[in-house]
Design a protein around this ligand. Sequence first.
Ligand SMILES: Cc1ncc(COP(=O)(O)O)c(C=O)c1O
Length: 410
Amino acid sequence: MNDERDPKQFSGATQATRAVHGGESRSRAHHALAQPIVQTATYTFDDTADLVRYMEGHGGQGREEYGRYGNPTVRALEEKVASLEGTADALAFASGMAAVTTSILALTKAGSHVVLFSDCYRRTRQFVTGFLDRFGVRATLVPPADLDALEAALTKDTRLVVSEAPTNPYQTVLDLDRLSAICKARRIKTMIDATFATPINLRPAEHGIDLVVHSATKYLGGHNDVLGGVVAGPEGLVSMVRDARHVLGGVLDPHAAYLIHRGVKTLAVRVAQQNRTALALAQALEGHPRIRRVWYPGLASHPSHEIAKKLMRGFGGVVTFAVKGDLASVGRVVDAMKIPRIAPSLGGVESLVEQPALMSFFELSSEERLALGMSDDLVRYAVGLEDTDELVADVLAALEVAAREVDRGA
Ligand SMILES: Cc1ncc(COP(=O)(O)O)c(C=O)c1O
């Protein structure tokens, strides 16, 4: 039995086994099986000699000084994520955005140039294009998955390239092997937000990506009840991000860390089920007379299907589709669905549905939305853990109910 906390302890194991045991210490306070929540803001020293030993670096492994610098419950989550991502280390944050912004700040300085694929999460885009310029960091946006445009955008000052895989809402999957080869040849770091994929479906580090980030609020937590974020990568880079976290302070609370750690234990089974349900939903909708188009990387019709097949072990739990009709008639379809709740977010046990035109892009006109590639007929459906057949039947019935309302002139 291995009593050491060692993220590589299960490095030869499957993702399902790692999700349960990866990065965990076998010896716990009071022989507890579950991960204890160490709910403290600070840590004590026995006497000044103990403090001096700690400060000199001989104070014992895993020991912490102050809550902003570390916490054993948070560390347990970090080591589990590192085990799942196959990286040397990982760090947890108070939200996905804290992970994204702290990592980008850690890797850039005045005069740096960052390239971002334009279909990134809009707050990441806002940070890179609207905040970093205040500190002298320049940014260029390139079209989704366009690696030729990426190459053309690189300059001698480019330090970092940021993308997501798959992206939202069209679920474009970038060729990560080619991306990392292009960037490594120029000593440029790459960061992939793999929130939609999860480490069950995709491990960007296997494809040479330097930093992997997640909004742990989504699949890792998995229960729509906690906010968090993580970044995973090699020791040197993670240590730079850790130093930035010490200063910026976006640390994860120990209780939230416990909830996410518990969530990750069931990640593999949840994601496998969500992959199955989403594929069934996408297949049921494709070719349906009331549907204009479906975007799901598991469908042969998706522009990224071949790359997704190469990189991903499953195609994820989000299906985006366009319903024939206008904003109001699409709203009637959403309202007629009985299972999903209308809410932003994804990756939890409850199915969630949203119309991008009424959520992230509400303040824009239909024309402005269209210019950004967001038509008014779009629906993003994030499947939960409800029964696959019931969930698909619910969406198909909603399409019929809404169509009857239109026929009646409602
Ligand atoms: C892909 C992606 N990255 C990052 C974030 C931000 O995460 P959080 O809401 O946990 O800050 C989100 C949130 O929706 C997201 O969808």
